[in-house]
Design a protein around this ligand. Structure first.
Ligand code: KIV
Length: 260
């Protein structure tokens, strides 16, 4: 099982593998197979059917994090802090403490760069392990007017590098880089000594994360360019459901071997 220390030592080694999970069932499938599981607030879209992550609540995240920790007791679990739960140091400490008090998560993740450095410092000084998140930050979708890829010019690249340095200095042990031009993600990775975990950020980060329902083809609403689909999950389920419907309607199920 990974620890903060072994994750930090993974800088520039074999890439770290991170996948999201929202429930005990899938967490159990991922247990021991990946370096970290992220209980992402993306669950608000794929699991809860909302249009973005913003209406995810702390209660939702606590519920799902508890379930994931039960399903994957041997894997390092990160709980995403939802929108509005870390707007100032006091709220951040209170709400992140609830994650440690009420779940077995090992770390929390918060979105934002240098403007969140004080918050990250308050958390890390109070023994809470923090993962940063920079670049395309889904919690900024409304204030930025969409999901906008970052690092498209030198000014943006410099800002991202400064953000990553501020997050590292504040005590975060790794940082997610989302939706950033590959060469800029590489420059960020080279500029800091904590591991970077990329999503839509090219191949040169210290690890990769994917949302499980994207990677396994269950989320059909849209498919971002950066997702590689490893399974046609939705088709498999729909075909299996068709077979079940057919068997029930034709009285093929239950057969004698399913009958007491
Ligand atoms: O919520 C989430 O799943 C995330 C990943 C996209 C990194 O933050």
């Amino acid at each position: 099982m990974r620890t903060i220390n072994s994750i930090k030592k993974s800088k520039a080694q074999t890439p770290l593998v991170v996948i999201t999970a929202y429930d005990a069932l899938f967490a159990a499938l991922f247990n021991k197979k990946v370096d970290m599981i992220l209980v992402g607030d993306s669950l608000n879209m794929s699991f809860n059917g909302a249009g973005d992550t913003l209406s995810a609540t702390l209660e939702m995240m606590l519920y799902h994090t508890k379930a994931v920790c039960k399903g994957a007791p041997d894997t390092f679990v990160i709980a995403d802090m939802p929108f509005g739960t870390y707007t100032n140091e006091q709220d951040a400490l209170k709400n992140c403490s609830r994650v440690y008090l009420e779940t077995n998560a090992h770390a929390v993740k918060i979105e934002g760069g240098m403007e969140r450095a004080n918050i990250i410092k308050t958390l890390t000084c109070n023994s809470i392990a923090v993962v940063g998140h920079i670049g395309l930050m889904p919690q900024f979708v409304r204030s930025e007017g969409g999901y906008i890829v970052k690092g498209k010019n030198e000014q943006e690249a410099q800002k991202l590098i400064e953000d990553a340095k501020a997050i590292e200095a504040a005590g975060a042990f790794c940082v997610v880089i989302e939706g950033v031009k590959a060469e800029v993600a590489q420059r960020i990775t080279e500029a800091i000594s904590i591991p970077t975990i990329g999503i839509g950020a090219g191949s040169q980060t210290d690890g990769q994360v994917l949302v499980w329902s994207d990677a396994f083809g269950f989320f059909e609403a849209f498919q971002p360019k950066f997702v590689k689909q490893y399974l046609d999950g939705a088709d498999l389920v729909k075909n299996a459901l068709d077979a079940f419907v057919h068997d029930v309607q034709t009285r093929k199920f239950p057969a004698s071997e399913h009958t007491y």
